[in-house]
Design a protein around this ligand. Structure first.
Ligand code: Q46
Ligand code: ZN
Length: 288
């Protein structure tokens, strides 16, 4: 296997690009894809401070770590983020779900009786935005990759969740002064490519999945798409990029949602009290 760029020995084959790369050229390819994502969707400018949400997984570097209180998984992933940030002299903001809600995600799930990942996702979105607003960051970058985005799209299409489809984009604008923009600079790169990049750069990441990932619908969707990709390389890419380029705007709703501040916490919400404050209330009531 030869590198498409320099003809040297390739370390990684990318069937969907019909290419193979040596280590140096793969890293250049990877960075170009990130740069292209940022340019194409005007994610942020060189001068703008960006809050990078990190999980200790392969897609992330430093910035904001959300401690979900999920047993050993949270302890280990937090340690990875702390040592990465420390080794590069970068600031790491840590937000703990237990401080905000009074319990970690496993207990929150029991109190709300909704799927763990749904309570977790809600908490993550809320805490990310609050941290960005509190620390003066206009934009938050998350590590969602091509596989993540294709799986979310698949789930939304299966159930024709048109609201969610209209919101699925590599860059989400701010529609309220207390809402940070959200961008996904890795959306053009697959999970395997981000893992390869982390490995080649010597970035120590947590290999274990969150214990709640097993049995999660998003994982089942990823497995289906993996099988498709295996038999026809590029299927995930075509599915996601085709949607973004040809179909997404068809789901734009005529009436934009109006956001206001939550009567309890002051964060943005569509109702009077935000979903996160309701979650806190449920946890409190269960305890009482
Ligand atoms: S951390 Fe949270 Fe994920 Fe674990 S509980 Fe589900 S959403 S799987 S990315
Ligand atoms: Zn609130």
């Amino acid at each position: 296997m030869k590198c498409r760029k320099c003809g040297g020995t390739a370390v990684l084959e990318l069937p969907r690009h019909n290419a193979a790369f040596c280590s140096a050229d793969f890293q250049e390819f990877f960075r170009k894809q990130v740069a292209e994502a940022i340019r194409k969707h005007k994610m942020f400018t060189a001068e703008e401070p960006v809050l990078v949400a990190v999980s200790g997984g392969k897609d992330d570097t430093a910035g904001l770590y959300l401690d979900l209180g999920i047993f050993e998984y949270s302890v280990e992933s937090k340690a990875k983020c702390e040592s990465f940030a420390a080794s590069r002299g970068q600031k790491l903001i840590v937000e703990r779900v237990v401080d905000a809600v009074g319990a970690g995600i496993p207990e929150v799930q029991k109190a709300t009786r909704r799927p763990t990942c749904s309570a977790c996702g809600l908490s993550k979105r809320y805490l990310m935005n609050r941290a960005a607003v509190d620390h003066g960051f206009p934009v938050i970058a998350t590590g969602h990759n091509l596989d993540d985005e294709a799986a979310v799209l698949f789930g939304n299409v299966l159930h024709w969740q048109t609201d969610a489809l209209s919101r699925q984009a590599p860059a989400l604008a701010s529609t309220h002064p207390k809402l940070a923009r959200r961008v996904k600079p890795l959306y053009r790169l697959s999970e395997r490519e981000t893992a390869a990049y982390a490995f080649l750069r010597g970035i120590d990441y947590i290999v274990d999945e969150c214990p709640f990932a097993k049995g999660a619908t998003s994982i089942a969707h990823k497995q289906i798409l993996d099988r498709l990709e295996e038999s026809s390389p590029g299927a995930k890419h075509n599915f996601l990029f085709g949607f973004l380029e040809k179909a997404r705007t068809a789901f734009d709703s005529a009436e934009p949602v109006t956001l206001q501040q939550c009567a309890v916490c002051g964060q943005v919400t569509t109702g009077e009290i935000c979903a996160f404050c309701k979650l806190i209330d449920q946890v409190k009531r269960r305890r009482a």
